[in-house]
Design a protein around this ligand. Structure first.
Ligand SMILES: NC(=O)c1ccc[n+]([C@@H]2O[C@H](COP(=O)([O-])OP(=O)(O)OC[C@H]3O[C@@H](n4cnc5c(N)ncnc54)[C@H](OP(=O)(O)O)[C@@H]3O)[C@@H](O)[C@H]2O)c1
Length: 414
């Protein structure tokens, strides 16, 4: 979960540290009351930006491959308009916020989580709308990594006399759009690996039984995650063992595209994935073969509504190329849900950026019970992949640990 209160608390500490650092950089000890005023102003700016971030989240699952953006318009210390980017092709957050204003936005401040665009894309430039509305000050969360914008939006506003402040809650805003930042720069999906394991590191009992590793709260949280990703990826081993639906079972959730790595197209026609393929898309990634059985299975899957994507001359599905193919279809993010064999390949291929590990206070034991990452594993602890930028939260009796694979370890195979 992403509780805004927690963020606010962190931001307050941050705001105070930032202010102290700014004051120190000026080389003077500012007067006490000036320090108080400045800190209050910074805190206020950050609170408006956090509200904008909260609004941005309402577009979850509907804007891909566009970013999540929220916007708040403030006049005389009151919020007079709010908006967010609601869906791909729809109006941008700034235009929605301007349209919602209860009074004239002339002379107002705008808080927007991402730099306003200045080019004609699916909609006209937001900088035009801001200038037409007479906005006096714009506070930007983070700059747009899109080379079509990349600082130009802010520059145009400044040229027209608008006061622009960048990097308000910059870290939070960049993180909220980590998928967009990755996709715009790489054109492949941002991949996050998610697994649930017992305290002794098992994802199922030695019999294969895996229902359930974690409790209700953690499972609900995992469904919240599915809302954040455009695609969900599993290996055929998991489909054969669990016959999963891989949908998003929460209110207002958006189902991700379901993708199965299945070189030989063993995906059963009776599986829940295939049975629901016409309602929620399923992509079966296979390796092209001349084998008549393979061809028969491929045609049957296609007739059932499954999108079969084939790769040539490979032993198993080449994950790097699969990511390129998904990127071309504007699938900007993928939640990798295992099992252990696929997780190991994905780490080895260097496609995983983020990890969500749910850990249950249970000990199931068993030398042959599966673990989240299979394969031979590292020979020495020093070769283990290290996660950075960690966060830990408690969900009922379980905990969730989230972290990022260190950049220099993305392709660590030695
Ligand atoms: N607790 C959890 O979080 C969790 C999550 C998921 C799964 N599980 C459990 O994990 C078990 C299944 O795991 P698993 O390791 O047996 O199977 P898996 O990782 O789900 O699937 C592996 C299979 O995927 C296919 N594949 C195609 N391309 C691949 C590639 N590039 N790399 C790796 N595999 C590729 C291979 O079959 P082909 O050669 O036929 O293509 C391979 O045998 C089940 O018991 C399930 O319940 C637990």
């Amino acid at each position: 979960m992403f509780p805004i209160q927690k963020m606010l608390c962190r931001m307050r500490t941050c705001a105070n540290q930032k202010f102290a650092a700014q004051a120190a950089a000026l080389g003077a000890a500012p007067r006490k009351e000036a320090l108080g005023k400045g800190r209050k102003a910074v805190e206020l700016q950050e609170q408006y930006m956090l509200r904008a971030l909260e609004l941005a989240d309402r577009g979850l699952g509907r804007t891909a491959p566009n970013p999540l953006v929220g916007c708040v318009i403030v006049k005389a210390g009151r919020i007079i308009g709010e908006g967010w980017h609601e869906q791909l092709g729809g109006l941008h957050a700034e235009r929605n916020a301007l349209a919602s204003c209860r009074e004239s936005p002339a002379g107002a401040q705008m808080y927007v989580t991402l730099e306003p665009c200045c080019h004609y894309g699916r909609t006209p430039p937001c900088t035009e709308a801001i200038l037409e509305a007479g906005i006096r000050e714009v506070y930007i969360g983070c700059m747009d990594p899109n080379p079509l914008v990349g600082g130009k939006g802010a520059a145009i506003l400044r040229e027209h006399g608008v006061r622009v402040t960048e990097n308000v809650c910059g870290e939070e805003c960049r993180k909220a759009n980590e998928v967009f930042f990755h996709y715009i720069q790489n054109r492949t999906p941002f991949v996050a690996m998610k697994f649930a394991m017992t305290l002794d590191g098992k994802i199922a009992a030695y019999t294969g039984d895996s229902r359930w590793v974690t409790g209700e709260e953690a499972r609900r949280d995992a469904h919240e995650l599915r809302k954040r990703y455009a695609g969900i990826l599993v290996g055929i081993g998991t489909v054969l063992a669990d016959d999963p639906m891989l949908n998003c079972r929460i209110e207002e959730g958006v189902d991700p595209v379901r993708i199965v790595c299945d070189s030989r197209l063993r995906l059963p026609l009776k599986s829940r994935l295939v049975q629901t393929a016409r309602q929620i898309p399923v992509i079966a990634a296979g390796v092209r073969s001349k084998d008549p059985g393979y061809i028969r299975r491929r045609e049957a899957l296609r007739a059932a509504g499954v999108d079969v994507t084939e790769f040539e001359e490979e032993e198993e599905v080449p994950l790097g190329r699969l990511m390129e193919a998904l990127g071309k279809r504007e699938i900007d993010s993928v939640l990798l849900e295992g099992g252990g064999r696929l997780n190991e390949s994905a780490l080895r291929e260097g496609i995983v950026r983020k990890v969500y590990a749910y850990i249950a206070p249970k000990i199931v034991g068993g030398g042959t019970a599966p673990t989240p990452v299979g394969g031979e594993g590292a020979a020495r602890m020093a070769q283990a992949r290290q996660l950075a930028d960690l966060s830990v939260s408690r969900l009922g009796d379980d905990i969730r640990m989230t972290g990022y694979i260190c950049r220099d370890q993305l392709r660590r195979t030695e």
